[in-house]
Design a protein around this ligand. Structure first.
Ligand code: SAH
Length: 215
């Protein structure tokens, strides 16, 4: 259910994100459309869905703070019809924002219960995305290359496979750093296939886990 109160709260969230410096109109419109409360199962937490904070979603993971979603999506410069690979489906909220912007989204999650739940939820909302259960470090070679790659967990380094699966002219947005704080890196691949990187500041993410790690 998405009633007038939810919609009103969403408009306020969009105003707040604008005040915090998000300028990309497509990003703001998508956040204004996607019912974030429906990506939070815990009914007590749902009441706070439009506050600019992260929430637990099970398996020790979180749905990212709306500002972080907006900031990463803005850096990604998504256009309609672009092929976008997301690492860390989690709740599916970021996936939904990308779908809402007209991207063809491929998304990978390494926790099976989150993969299953987010797939159901996106389907219920009529949002078409290709969801995969697997290891984000490997990307999706069978579907590469991608126009954009977005990593929504804190990676210890930039995985080579993800850069490889980027088209020339493509953009990879990835928070990198071990420990509590990561640097938001924007890696661009030029037409000659050479990658360049820019640091866009400090953020906090749950860690990107390897195949055999628990978490
Ligand atoms: N985009 C999500 C954010 C979820 S938090 C949302 O909008 O809700 C990051 C997610 O990355 C978690 O669900 C975590 O399980 C997942 N993750 C961690 N390491 C991963 C890996 N190696 N491959 C794929 N997903 C991973």
């Amino acid at each position: 259910m998405d009633d007038y109160r939810d919609q009103g709260q969403r408009r306020k969230l969009v105003d707040l994100l604008r005040k915090k410096g998000i300028t990309d109109q497509q990003v703001l419109e998508a956040i204004g459309h996607v019912p974030r409360h429906l990506f939070i199962d815990d009914t007590a937490l749902r009441a706070h869905a439009y506050e600019d904070i992260p929430f637990p979603i099970g398996c020790g993971q979180t749905i990212s703070q709306p500002y972080t979603v907006a900031f990463q999506t803005q850096l990604l410069r998504v256009g309609r019809g672009m092929k976008v690979l997301e690492i860390g489906t989690g709740s599916g909220y970021q996936t939904a924002v990308l779908v809402q912007m007209g991207a063809k989204v491929f998304t990978i999650e390494r926790h099976r219960p989150l993969h299953v739940r987010s797939r159901e939820r996106l389907e219920d909302l009529g949002l078409r995305a290709r969801t995969y259960y697997g290891d984000g470090y490997k990307g999706l070679p069978a579907h590469a290359p991608f126009d954009r790659v977005l990593v929504t967990c804190g990676a210890p380094f930039v995985p080579e496979a993800l850069v490889k699966q980027l088209k020339p002219g493509g953009i990879l947005v990835i928070p990198v750093g071990e420990g509590d704080v990561q640097r938001m890196l924007v890696v661009t691949k030029d037409e000659a296939g050479i990658s360049h990187q820019v640091d866009m500041g400090a953020f906090r993410f749950v860690p990107m886990l390897g195949e055999k790690e628990n978490g």
